[in-house]
Design a protein around this ligand. Sequence first.
Ligand SMILES: [Zn+2]
Length: 244
Amino acid sequence: MNKINRRKFVYSVAGVTVMSSLGFAANNSKEIKLKGKESSLIKHWDVITIGNLSRNRYWGESYEKPLRGAICTCTVISGEQFHLLVDPSLEDLNSMATELDRRTGLAIDEIDTVFITHQHGDHLYGLKHFVKAKWYAGAEVAAAINKSGKYEKQIEPAGKTLFGEIDVIKTFGHTPDHYGLRFDHNGYSVMIAGDSVATLDYWNGGQMYYNVMDMTESTRTLDMIRSIADIIVPGHDNYFLNLK
Ligand SMILES: [Zn+2]
């Protein structure tokens, strides 16, 4: 565990703009412990699409009906030997290819692995584009999607890690069988939380999104994520820092 103070942490991860938007005073120097390892096979990671919700109580909206289309946050994790895409978000092939290129310079066929956090449709919209990749999900999620018969290609059950470097972690609650990914990058522990964390507002408010299947399990998952992650990639928002 390496230690840096909070001010340095915020500067180094997200820059001054995020620091001021989070409301930190310039002389705030509370020490925090980073949870990640310095050494890691992960070379780079990028958010491809920043997701949004179909309705958002933090925007004063009711849960009664969708007010807009939702897409999920989609991320690519790259190592020397792999490009892993998590939660392919865009139904339209050209849009998916454009966003992937814009954010990473990669073509669709250069993605060799796809991981799906859970079986909700908005986290699979773009799966069909990645025919050359291996498809993985947590065992229960893989079984459910395969059983649906929607895809000719099988989703394989992921073990405890991907590439021996990325932890596959149970993040149950939003659905009974949801999995997230955790990895180390430059000393930070990064958690791709899928819908176990909806957005930054829901995280800060300790609130679950309306379509959570098990509230108790979901709260347990949030506490677990809080204890292991420095940076959180939620299911429907940009990534943010865990400073608690
Ligand atoms: Zn979901």
